[in-house]
Design a binder for this molecule. Structure first.
Ligand code: DHE
Length: 560
């Protein structure tokens, strides 16, 4: 009897809770026609979902659910202490951005589109469909079967120095010969390719589009081209292969934002083998319906991938030695995991929990969290950069989207000559003065320079410039190079963001993308690293919106 009453009480509590959920679902925002909704959905996917999430629960960007995007009852701007944004305020935020790191969209979207997006996000988010193993399998295409591929390199290109360059808005990747600076080929890929990663062999490039399309490029072909393709989800950012001895390139793994899951494939054909969901509990013990797969990296020490789950803050070590009986170690760190890279020893993987203002370091040897380091606002390392600091020994560096510094964190080393720096390990040993809006930092073992961009800075000049430090004397003021001016391209009203420094294989050149609008001439500006003088400006009408660049040798060997 008692049980029944408790059961009834529980049921009625659930009904009340569900009732309020339904009431919230039913609360409609401004009316949209079917065509407007379709248009807004497309813009949201292309421009907003990455930061705010498909379900708009927030991550790098803020929560965008109607409970605070929509004005309260009778137009109230606050209700129960919660701010209620409403149409006008939303339009301003979308148009002009915020100090909190939201970029301005007034140079990308028209006034009408901004108004439409403000209306759209006051409505309850739609839940997109799932994507099953069968869907992945049905999308899989082998364009050139393994036995029909070359048995040796069929071109005369110095493959080590090829750059795989994302042409963001055309859904292509440009393969550029780093020696001659000529475009080898432009290959069709998924929409807004995010990253390129190399096979352990250095022969294949894996590129993943935001639309979840993964393409495998064979660099040995006379004209390097796509040999296999698969769609691993609707929205994706990360890919890597298996790198442990004996498993080199046996498998590939790609992470999806929506649905939140990762897919294990055969490395040489991309044939799907397994789909694993990442839905579950956050490190705070709350269920999250959309824990997206952020960075992935393959360990060299064990047959494992480090898979970083954004919203839950869980770092997964996925053992691929037996994929039928998959073993996973789950390491709690901090929420909003994003991008990261290896320390110099390649034992520790450091990943930014960006909206938590922390860097988590995983020890891939012990399979445990080595450290959780507090940093300035919104760390954004890309893969970071390693060098030996004159005072503090080996350090790994991250820039910040939300702060005006580059943070240097001391990392452990087995090398006896660095033993004296042990007391600094996992501490922030220096913050180098920079400007906010930094996305990527880079150096090279053969260089004495350290480079950092600032493409998200609201100031046009700073967004179009990069900064360079002399690592032998970090007290010296940095040099600031205006990449847009150095390119010699005619000035434009729209910002041409200088983004993603990348070294040539020999460490002597630094390539910077000058990321203009879709209809502007963009460029890659190549600097001599020793003199900081421009060596070459790669402008070709086909260089449309270049962003990330991945040098084959440096990416294959994780040199940064
Ligand atoms: Fe990135 C890396 C996610 C916006 C260029 N970006 C990554 C990684 C993630 C990520 C998870 C790590 C992949 C890995 O190592 O496995 N990026 C996101 C987003 O969610 C976000 C904030 C919004 C979005 O809609 O995608 C976002 N990123 C951007 C851009 O707007 C950039 C500047 C231009 C572009 O091409 O889209 C951009 N992200 C890059 C680049 C890297 C990257 C170039 C790889 C850096 C490296 O050196 O490894």
């Amino acid at each position: 009897m008692k049980k029944t009453v408790v059961g009834m009480l529980a049921l009625s509590a659930m009904a009340v809770a569900m009732g309020s959920a339904f009431a919230q679902d039913a609360a409609k925002g401004p009316e949209l026609t079917a065509a407007e909704k379709d248009q807004a959905k497309k813009i949201y996917f292309e421009r907003c979902a990455g930061c705010h999430g498909v379900l708009r629960k927030g991550a790098t960007g803020k929560n965008l659910e109607p409970h605070w995007t929509k004005k309260g009852k009778d137009g109230a701007v606050t209700e129960g202490g919660t701010l209620k944004l409403g149409q006008n305020r939303l339009e301003k935020i979308i148009g002009y951005g915020t100090d909190g790191g939201m970029v301005n969209f007034d140079d990308i979207l028209t006034k009408e589109e901004i108004s439409l997006m403000a209306k759209y996000i006051q409505n309850t988010p739609d839940v997109p469909p799932e994507y099953s193993f069968k869907d992945t399998m049905d999308s899989w295409k082998v364009i050139v079967p393994v036995d029909q591929r070359p048995k040796k390199q069929m071109n005369k290109i110095n493959l080590k120095n090829v750059f795989s360059v994302t042409l963001r808005d055309t859904g292509e990747v440009a393969l550029i010969d780093g020696d001659t600076k000529e475009i080898v080929n432009i290959v069709k890929t998924g929409y807004a390719v995010h990253i390129s990663r190399l096979s352990a062999s250095g022969r294949y490039v894996y590129v993943v589009g935001r639309d979840g399309r993964l393409s495998l490029i064979d660099l040995w072909m006379e004209k390097p081209a796509v040999v296999a393709e698969v769609k691993i989800g609707f929205d994706a950012r990360s890919v890597d292969t298996s790198k442990f001895k004996g498993f080199e390139d046996k498998y590939a793994v790609a992470g999806s934002y929506w649905p939140p899951q990762y897919v294990i494939m055969d490395g040489d054909t991309l044939k799907p083998r397994k789909v694993v969901s990442t839905r579950g509990m956050t490190v705070d013990g709350e269920y999250h319906p959309e824990p997206r797969v952020a960075s992935i990296v393959a360990s060299f020490i064990k047959p494992e991938w480090v898979i970083n789950i954004k919203e839950t803050g869980q770092i997964l070590l996925v053992d691929y030695s037996d994929i039928e009986n998959l073993k996973t170690t789950t390491i709690g760190s901090a929420k909003f995991l994003h991008d990261g890279g290896w320390d110099a020893s390649k034992r520790y993987f450091l990943v930014a929990a960006n909206a938590s203002n922390k860097i988590a370091a995983v020890d891939t040897k012990t399979g445990k969290l080595a450290a959780l380091v507090d940093t300035a606002k919104i760390p954004h390392p890309g893969r970071g950069a390693n060098f030996v600091h004159p005072k503090f020994g080996p350090v790994w560096a991250t820039g910040h989207l939300g702060a005006d510094v580059v943070t240097l964190i001391s990392t452990p080393s087995d090398d006896k000559k660095f033993a004296k720096y042990k007391e600094f390990n996992w501490k922030v040993v220096q913050e180098m003065k920079h400007v906010p809006g930094n996305l990527f930092v880079k150096t090279h073992p053969k260089s004495k320079h350290f480079w950092a961009d600032s493409p998200q800075n609201p100031d046009k000049d700073l967004a179009e410039s990069v900064s360079v430090w002399d690592m032998a004397d970090l007290s010296k003021p940095k040099a600031t190079l205006n990449v847009a001016k150095d390119s010699g391209l005619p000035p434009t009203k729209a910002v041409k963001r200088a983004v993603h420094p990348e070294y040539s294989a020999d460490g002597k050149e630094v390539w910077i993308s000058l990321w203009g609008g879709k209809t502007d001439q963009s460029a890659i500006v190549v600097y001599d690293d020793a003199t900081l003088k421009v060596k070459k400006v790669i402008t070709d009408p086909k260089m449309i919106t270049p962003t990330g660049k991945f040098n084959v040798y440096n990416t294959q060997h994780d040199i940064y």
